[in-house]
Ligand binder design. Structure first.
Ligand SMILES: Nc1nc2c(ncn2[C@@H]2O[C@H](COP(=O)(O)OP(=O)(O)OP(=O)(O)O)[C@@H](O)[C@H]2O)c(=O)[nH]1
Ligand SMILES: [Mg+2]
Length: 328
């Protein structure tokens, strides 16, 4: 740790596998060996359909942030589920949303690319909502790949859930779709999630695993920490603010074997938003910081020390340079 230069990128400190990496499950009880199948599975669906919730429930880990605000996920996040049948590597994509704003166009492109590259697709439909143009757009993207798709009808626990509407929509958009690959689910309550996994394993070929079996995500430490902070902020702020946020890790290094020091900025778009995120007597930013540290303590095998500032990055959503950085 002695010869790092001043200009070493802030996101590449000594936090490699040795330091307790991104992805390794804390302790694995005796488990049967992971089966021979392997598939890369894209999770697609409209914003707030429950894609990230499914990933977290299926893996039993907090891999992807969840919030009530549509378009929470911005990156193609990988989560890995290992069972005696094999390894499913899920890619949690941003919810597809019709809009011509720059950030949205980039999010849609991320999801489209994923669909093409995957062995199987998990298309999650929110059964509590009517199927508007957005749902039709997604169905049209998925339809050419119907043979490698499992459809999950989510939020069946909700009083607003309507199976009839969903079935009518499917009859229209996926005529002749194999019923064995349509599964009713509550991702939140872990109902039907196993059936979804089984249907996906049916589609998975026998192939070498993509990750060692102790991994449950491919996310780097800096990205996970920035997502944790963003998630805690999103869940405490409302109106336009959740979408106006991004987190920049300014500096990150292992201070010792047991301590990771992080300096991060919670960036907003306008001066007027800064005060809201800081809160009265800095109460809001303190809450976000404390909640983030609590999550970090659950995830990482070392202590995280967090210096968190609020900064204004004017109109960052229109800047390619920022988008290139955060939409990795
Ligand atoms: N009632 C109910 N709510 C759910 C279920 N699954 C997810 N939700 C809720 O729906 C909201 C959105 O969930 P997310 O998992 O963030 O949705 P997403 O599809 O990842 O959304 P984006 O990342 O914005 O595309 C959250 O408030 C979840 O708690 C479910 O099975 N039942
Ligand atoms: Mg999500």
């Amino acid at each position: 740790m002695s010869d790092t230069t001043q200009d070493t990128p802030a996101t590449q400190p000594e936090t490699g596998p040795k330091a307790g990496p991104k992805a390794v499950a804390p302790e694995l009880p005796d488990q049967p060996p992971v089966g021979p199948k392997t598939a890369l599975v894209s999770i697609v669906g409209r914003p707030s359909a429950g894609k990230s919730t499914f990933l977290n429930t299926a893996s039993g880990e907090q891999i992807s942030i969840v919030s009530a605000v549509p378009q929470t996920t911005r990156n193609a996040i990988r989560g890995i589920v290992n069972t005696s049948l094999g390894q499913l590597v899920f890619v949690d994509t941003p919810g597809l949303h019709i809009s011509d704003k720059k950030l949205n166009l980039r999010l849609t492109k991320t999801a489209e690319d994923q669909i093409k590259d995957s062995d199987a697709i998990l298309y999650i439909i929110d059964t509590t909502r009517d199927h508007g143009d957005e749902e039709k757009l997604i169905a049209s993207l998925v339809a050419p790949y119907a043979d490698k798709t499992v459809i999950a009808l989510n939020k069946r626990d909700s009083a607003q859930s309507s199976l009839k509407k969903a079935q009518a929509f499917l009859a229209e958009t996926f005529p002749g779709f194999d019923e064995k690959r349509i599964v009713e689910m509550s991702a939140r309550d872990d109902q039907g999630v196993n059936d979804v996994l089984k249907a996906l394993y049916e589609l998975a070929p026998e192939a070498p695993h993509l990750y060692p079996e102790e991994f449950y995500t491919d996310q780097e430490v800096d990205f996970r920490i920035s997502e944790i902070i963003r998630g805690e902020a999103m869940n405490r702020l409302d109106e336009e603010l959740p979408h106006a946020l991004y987190v920049r890790i300014e500096d990150m290094k292992m201070a010792s074997e047991k301590k990771l020091k992080v300096r991060a900025s919670l960036c907003v778009e306008r001066d007027s938003q800064k005060g809201i995120v800081i809160g009265k007597g800095a109460a809001m930013i303190k809450q976000i910081r404390v909640a983030s540290l609590k999550k970090c303590a659950e995830i990482f095998p070392y202590k995280v020390e967090l210096d968190l500032q609020v900064k204004v990055d004017k109109n960052w959503r229109q800047k390619d340079m920022v988008l290139n950085k955060i939409l990795r």
